[in-house]
Ligand binder design. Structure first.
Ligand code: AMP
Length: 572
């Protein structure tokens, strides 16, 4: 196995020429599950920058060919069918997750390449004799998109606004920032995909309305309700299903092929990774065809060998049958819409426009069910594959031009701390508006205790360990005293991008304490030669919403000069 560096681009990856003059533009990047897209704003309009070969989107795929050469994007996609185990796709679904999490266990079944742990928790993708970290894989895609823009502008562009799904946890967002660093791209801002879509739909249009962004992509679904007024884009609620997307529709067609094969041949089709990939590919092609035709022909010549003879598979699938096979999947998206509307205190008829995002929304059944549920046709004129990149580019442009766009997002999943009994104490509830602030009171629980450690998690379980571990902060600087005598107010604030800042002070005198942020709390406790101690958590006050600050490019820059980890600024 080659000795790896997980936080740099592989040496053979070509980066934009350093001789190019520097551009002060900021590109907008939609780092997608299946395809990625990049746009810039020219003459106040977003423009998608195609690849050298004229493709407006780039497959989010990295592969090693049989000679060990590294392939990225279009080239990598070409070999997916013949060399699936050496082709990394769907990295967006793994990035920033813990290797031993249930999600990674469940996701691994979808992919033909091998997923391995890197260090304690990170996920790595193994192809041939090489292992890449997920941020590295995403960095290669980002670099590919950047090269397209550099070539188009004949300038070196190195700043980007990158979109992520609204439901991404803080760890996932940080992993995307890490991908930017690896690619040498300064990620000025992370923007939620539905917010980007809303920007592309409504920026500078004087809209005053409530809209719903329905995003059904390759692997995931999310729905967000936004309120638009005077170039303010306020997310009212967001929700989704991270295990519902185009691949689930493909899987139904794969099951159909397998059952038809068994019916015709009287035996089941034995699948290796190449046959499985061919089935998935045929299923997806039939699905896409059925979005514009009433039936699709599925042809799989030489699909297997039986009694020394090649076997072909051929079948017809009608749109009607495919709709019946997948109706429950579309119904699940509608259930999510109901939940999201409920969280926003709205009824379907309160939604004035519905915006469809993601390739799977081209399925007529999706359009039909969405139209019926909302009693209106979805908005035409936004391109489901490009709208997010265009919105990210518009956001980027507004940062450069310091225009008055304001994004008010919500936290997709609750953030809280672990209590001494293992319970989860919510500090910031899901769907609270960002920025937000919360203060807790903590006290020492041991005589002579010199540090108070707060372990942070994100999720909705009332058991901390069932949620995702984010990191911790350790408060020190108070004198040794009998237990309970040190009483501190710990103030936590989440900014627009949900980056946490923590300050602490004594409740009696207001004297500031030292706060250290750590990604791995027990390790720090070891370094400090401390028992990991847990505080008594008692809210001092309910979460309060901080006033919305318009972000200036300078403030954005400062934010990114801090610590690694989602918790990046330390305050004393
Ligand atoms: P995205 O993540 O937005 O790129 O969406 C990719 C998903 O959209 C994949 O599952 C594709 O199979 C699916 N898709 C693309 N085009 C169509 C189409 N015309 N009809 C149905 N699904 C499609």
């Amino acid at each position: 196995m080659t000795s790896p560096s997980y936080n740099a681009l592989p040496p053979e990856v070509e980066t934009p020429s350093a001789d190019l003059p520097k551009s002060d533009m900021i590109m907008g990047i939609d780092l997608g599950t299946t395809y990625s897209c990049v746009a810039i704003v020219e003459d106040d309009f977003p423009k998608v920058i195609p690849s050298r070969k004229g493709q407006r989107t780039t497959p989010s795929i990295v592969a090693l060919d049989d000679k060990g050469r590294l392939l990225i994007g279009e080239e990598a996609k070409k070999q997916l069918l013949i060399n699936p185990t050496n082709t990394i796709y769907g990295a967006k679904r793994f990035i920033g997750r813990h290797f031993y999490s249930d999600e990674v266990g469940a996701l691994s079944r979808y992919f033909s390449y091998t997923v391995v742990p890197i260090g304690d928790m990170a996920v790595g993708a193994q192809v041939g004799d090489r292992i890449f970290s997920l941020p590295q894989v995403s960095a290669m895609i980002l670099n590919e998109l950047r090269k397209n823009v550099c070539e188009y502008l004949k300038k070196n562009i190195s700043q980007a606004v990158v979109s992520v799904p609204a439901y991404y946890t803080e760890n996932q967002r940080e992993a995307v920032r890490e991908a930017g660093r690896i690619a040498g791209i300064d990620v000025i801002r992370i923007i939620n995909e539905p917010t980007a879509a809303a920007l592309a739909y409504g920026l500078n249009k004087d809209y005053e309305r409530k809209i719903l962004v329905y995003d059904l992509g390759g692997g995931t679904f999310d729905a967000s309700v936004l309120e638009l007024f005077e170039n303010v884009f306020k997310v009212l609620a967001t929700g989704g299903d991270t295990f519902l997307g185009g691949v689930d529709f493909d899987e139904r067609a794969v099951q159909y092929i397998l059952s038809e094969y068994e019916r015709a041949e009287g035996q089941i089709l034995q699948c290796d990774s190449v046959i499985t990939q061919r089935l998935k590919d045929a299923a997806e092609r039939a699905k896409i065809e059925l979005s514009s035709k009433s039936s699709a022909q599925i042809d799989l010549p030489y699909i297997t060998i039986a009694q020394g003879k090649f076997k072909d598979f051929r079948a017809e699938l009608s749109q009607e049958d495919f709709n019946a096979m997948t109706e429950d999947l579309v119904d699940r998206t509608i259930e999510v819409c109901v939940e999201v509307l409920d969280a926003a205190g709205m009824q379907p008829e309160d939604v004035e426009s519905v915006i469809l995002v993601g390739g799977q929304t081209r399925m007529p059944l999706v359009v039909d069910k969405v139209s019926r549920f909302f009693a209106k046709q979805p908005t035409k004129g936004v391109h489901p594959d490009e709208v997010v990149a265009c919105g990210a580019a518009l956001m980027a442009h507004s940062l450069v031009s310091q225009s008055s766009v304001r994004l008010i997002d919500v936290l997709p999943m609750s953030i809280g701390g672990r209590q001494p009994n293992g319970g989860f104490k919510t500090f910031f509830p899901a769907n609270c508006s960002l920025p937000a602030e919360h203060e807790i009171g903590v006290a020492t629980v041991h005589d002579g205790q010199q540090a108070i450690e707060v372990f942070l998690y994100q999720g909705e379980s009332d058991q901390a360990l069932e949620n995702e571990f984010l990191g911790a902060f350790v408060v020190t600087g108070f004198p040794k005293s009998p237990k309970g005598q040190v009483r501190l107010a710990v103030n936590m604030s989440l900014d627009q991008e949900s980056i946490l800042e923590v300050t602490a002070r004594t409740l009696s005198t207001g004297q500031p304490m030292h706060v250290q942020m750590v990604a791995n709390a027990p390790a720090v406790a070891e370094n400090l030669d401390l028992e990991p101690l847990e505080p008594v958590l008692a809210p001092v006050q309910a979460p309060v919403q901080a006033p919305v600050r318009p972000a200036s490019p300078a403030a954005e820059k400062r934010r990114y000069s801090g610590l690694r980890g989602f918790i990046r600024r330390i305050s004393e």
